[in-house]
Design a protein around this ligand. Structure first.
Ligand code: NAD
Length: 288
């Protein structure tokens, strides 16, 4: 048996297609979406990411600006800048680029972006809505994991779902969203004693760790849906956290590259449009 590969590029293209009419409606209403990225200091790895961000926005009718703050900017200076963006009605979304210099801890910034402009979904209010079971703005990674899972159309109610990784942006919100679908959710992490014991039970296995080959074929239930979030460089290749051999056992699998990654990037655009809609008083997004 060979797993059906879930094509992230195709899913991302479909999401972008669905956004087109929404962007158009916002423009017609005189409330065009406008994303501002803020960085403090220039990180060479961020440059490519920021270039892609700009291109994605511009190709999809979303305004974009990069605000460059100096690497020695104080925490107060960054907070003041975010405050000004929060008050500026022409700015509908704000993203803070990482890595940040040591004097500017990311945590300290998360509450400074108003929830309605929080395209990354990490403001405590937005994270809290996930716990309430009424998600509004969800982290791009968790949202894209759920998009991949929906694509496979496997039943979620009562399914054994195992999430490996418990980060704020990936594992934790994904586990909560699966819980809301009435899956039986287990979260594994660095402290888990016997990872395979859990992964072998999983009908749905989400792996978001950052360790190539962490999940091998013999750790996977036959026919399982695997969402591989990991992005790792091995030599000149990009690989996920799940060994290639798992393809012979799983029912569905997200490839790396070309799986969760492109959907996550597009989800940033989706959240930007969503923020602009909320600010324009338009109805909230309904997941398809
Ligand atoms: P993180 O470093 O914040 O968290 C890693 C998690 O893995 C932690 O919960 C940790 O406890 C767990 N972990 C570490 N070693 C483990 C082990 N041996 N067994 C079980 N659990 C273990 O990472 P993150 O920001 O959530 O990112 C995880 C991976 O996903 C990285 O490779 C990152 O590049 C990738 N990522 C991909 C996307 C995407 O769109 N595809 C988005 C975000 C992150």
């Amino acid at each position: 048996m060979s797993a059906i590969l879930l094509d992230g590029n195709a899913i991302a293209a479909r999401i972008r297609e669905g956004l087109r009419a929404r962007v158009e409606a916002l423009r017609r209403a005189g409330r065009p979406p406008f994303l501002v990225a803020v960085q403090a200091g220039k990180d060479p790895a961020s440059a490519i990411y920021l270039r892609n961000q700009r291109r994605l926005c511009e190709e999809n009718g979303v305004g974009y600006r990069l605000d460059d703050l100096p690497a020695d900017a104080s925490l107060d200076a960054v907070l003041d800048h975010l405050d000004a963006l929060g008050r500026d009605p022409s700015v509908t979304g704000v993203i803070v680029q990482r890595p940040l210099p040591p004097q500017v801890p990311a945590r300290a910034l998360q509450a400074a972006i108003p929830p309605v402009k929080d395209v990354e979904g990490t403001n405590p209010a937005n994270l809290g809505m996930v716990i309430y079971g009424r998600p509004t703005l969800v982290t791009c990674t968790a949202l894209s994991v759920m998009a991949m899972i929906r694509e496979a159309r496997v039943p979620l109610r009562g399914a054994e779902a195992v999430v490996v990784g418990h980060s704020e942006i990936a594992g934790k919100p994904t586990a909560l969203l699966l819980l809301d679908e009435l899956a039986t959710v287990t979260v594994c992490h660095i402290g888990t004693r016997d990872l395979a014991l859990h992964t072998r039970r999983a009908d749905i296995l989400v792996v978001a760790v950052g360790k190539p080959g962490l999940v091998r074929a013999d750790m996977v239930k036959k026919g399982a849906l695997i969402v591989d979030v990991g992005i790792n460089r091995v030599g000149n290749r990009t690989v996920g956290d799940v060994d290639e051999g798992a393809r012979d056992v799983a029912g569905f699998l997200t490839p790396v590259p070309g799986g969760v990654g492109p959907v996550t990037v597009t989800t940033l655009l989706r959240n930007t449009v969503e923020c602009a809609r909320v600010q324009a008083g338009l109805p909230a997004w309904q997941e398809g």
